[in-house]
Design a protein around this ligand. Structure first.
Ligand code: ADP
Length: 495
């Protein structure tokens, strides 16, 4: 292992790392543990408690008690906001440590985790803390013959299952609105990347969030995850991950009539018109498809390029992708780290093989990347394919640094090609003609349409998907806070 911050060494030293349930650090009921690996070296990073159904039961029970008795749910919003701002302060103060943990566990460049993932999560807590203070909890309803109002109250225990691509940032996106509204939470992080969520629980404890309000159960999807999704004690559920698992979660929640938010995959398109500065767009899309080693559900992986600029674009983008510095996340020169696991690397490489067998042409060959000194890490080179829009690499989510290029010569054709996707998360339009860009952005069916940029995440701009990309209202917007407040009317007939 590289030289670690002493605080990170200390955090990793109590193995297996315990879960956080009801304000206590606890082993799994079965005492079982699993390993999480450093994707950059392939070595075991830590052993972590493998929670199962009994641990999920304990966590939900603790969250129920905390909802009823800790005072969190009934605290005035401004008092809760003080605590959530304190949590954000602690996240900021521990930014270097959290970025190091995230980089070790996910493989992402440490600088990116420090510049984006961690501060963005801190900001999410601040945004929802402030929004909650300014959200009306009582709205009079003007009715003749009645005195009536709507009261907005937290639901109770909310379950969260997160994936491995942005573990810390997504905890913020998910739980900040739920906590700001006064709910209690049970979090199941991905088995590949549980570490920063455990550190989050430590900071939540330090911030003064009462015991049982935040609970973390580490473990596998088909045990801990499934037990959480089907738990009858939940009042809301939120899942971020693949459509396949999202469907299982929705089915389980459906049986209990628990409302569910799903943030699923994507196959984002970038539509590039002939009036752009080709070098600028090539640079931006090369950065987008290699961000987090391409493990970003909304990133641009289908590039629709106007045929007039196709050759120039391909020359520039392949040069930029070919020059990426692939390496270990802690190395400051690295801008493309490994993918998260051997399984994920096999998936990416498998797609390249299958896509080519199905007729795709290679514009930039991907494949395993050799990084001297890190021979057992899960590194892959960026790849660019082209060919028929029906190719599986043009249709399915690969979740690696792989783009698929197609050409068009007519706006309507570009729109039609983008909208063939079964997904609907995010697309971008690139043009100097802003009338055209705005027109096309509205025609592309997805939760998010971006103009002359891709991967825009900002608090107050709702982010979510439609179709296979998800349902249930999305995240990051003011509406997300409302998702965690249930409405109750109170009415009295006037005599
Ligand atoms: P990936 O296949 O890329 O790992 P998943 O959608 O399978 O993505 O995983 C996202 C999250 O869902 C992880 O926390 C994982 O443990 C969890 N998960 C996987 N399978 C299930 C399941 N059957 N029920 C509940 N959660 C699951």
């Amino acid at each position: 292992m590289p030289n670690l911050n002493p605080e990170v060494t200390k955090f990793l030293s109590h193995q297996p790392l315990p879960m956080y349930i009801g304000g206590r650090w606890t082993a799994a009921a079965t005492a079982a543990a699993f390993e999480t690996r450093d994707p950059g070296t392939g070595a075991v990073l830590a052993r972590v408690a493998a929670g199962e159904a009994a641990d999920v039961d304990a966590a939900v029970a603790a969250a129920q008690v905390a909802f009823q008795k800790s005072g969190w749910a009934t605290l005035p919003a401004n008092d809760r906001a003080v605590i959530l701002h304190r949590l954000a302060d602690l996240i900021t103060r521990h930014q270097a440590i959290l970025a190091e943990i995230e980089s070790l566990d996910v493989g992402k460049p440490r600088g990116q985790a420090a510049a984006f993932d961690v501060p963005h999560a801190a900001q999410t807590f601040r945004y929802y803390a402030d929004l909650a203070v300014h959200t009306r909890r009582r709205e009079p309803i003007a009715l003749s013959g009645f005195e009536a109002r709507t009261v907005r109250l937290p639901y109770g225990v909310c379950g969260f299952i997160f994936p491995w691509n942005f573990p810390f940032l997504l905890v913020g996106w998910g739980v900040a609105p739920a906590l700001a509204a006064g709910n209690t939470v049970v979090i199941k992080p991905a088995e590949d990347t549980p570490l920063s969520t455990l550190y989050f629980a430590k900071l939540a404890e330090e911030a003064g969030i009462p015991p049982g309000v935040v609970n973390v159960v580490t473990g596998f999807g088909d045990t801990a995850g499934a037990a959480l999704a089907r738990h009858p004690g939940l009042k809301r559920m939120s899942f971020t991950g693949s459509p396949e698992v999202g469907r299982l979660i929705a089915e389980a929640c459906g049986r209990n009539l628990v409302p569910v938010k799903l943030e699923l995959g994507g196959k984002g398109a970038a539509v590039i018109f002939q009036d752009v500065d080709v070098a600028v767009v090539a640079e931006a899309l090369a950065a987008a498809v290699t961000l987090n080693a391409g493990q970003v559900c909304c990133t641009a992986t289908r590039w629709l390029v106007h045929e007039d600029i196709r050759d120039e674009f391909v020359d520039k983008v392949t040069a930029t992708l070919g020059a990426m510095k692939i390496g270990y996340g802690a190395n400051p020169a690295t801008n493309l780290g490994p993918v998260v696991s051997a399984k994920q690397r096999a998936r990416v490489l498998g797609y390249l093989d299958k896509g080519v067998q199905a007729g795709a042409k290679v514009l930039l060959a991907g494949g395993p990347a050799a990084v001297p000194g890190y021979e057992h890490g899960y590194y892959v080179k960026p790849a660019l394919l082209t060919g028929d829009p029906g190719n599986l690499c043009a249709r399915e989510e690969i979740f690696g640094p792989v783009a698929y290029l197609m050409t068009f010569n007519d706006e309507a054709l570009a729109v039609e090609l983008v909208n063939r996707s079964a997904y609907g998360l995010a697309n971008s339009v690139w043009s100097r003609d802003l009338d055209r860009a705005n027109r096309v952005a509205e025609k592309l069916v997805a939760g998010n349409g971006w103009i002359n940029a891709h991967n825009l995440f900002t608090h107050g701009l709702p982010y979510g998907g439609c179709n296979l990309s998800g349902c249930g209202g999305g995240v990051l917007g003011p509406e997300t806070l409302a998702d965690y407040l249930r409405n109750q009317t109170v009415a009295r007939p006037l005599a």
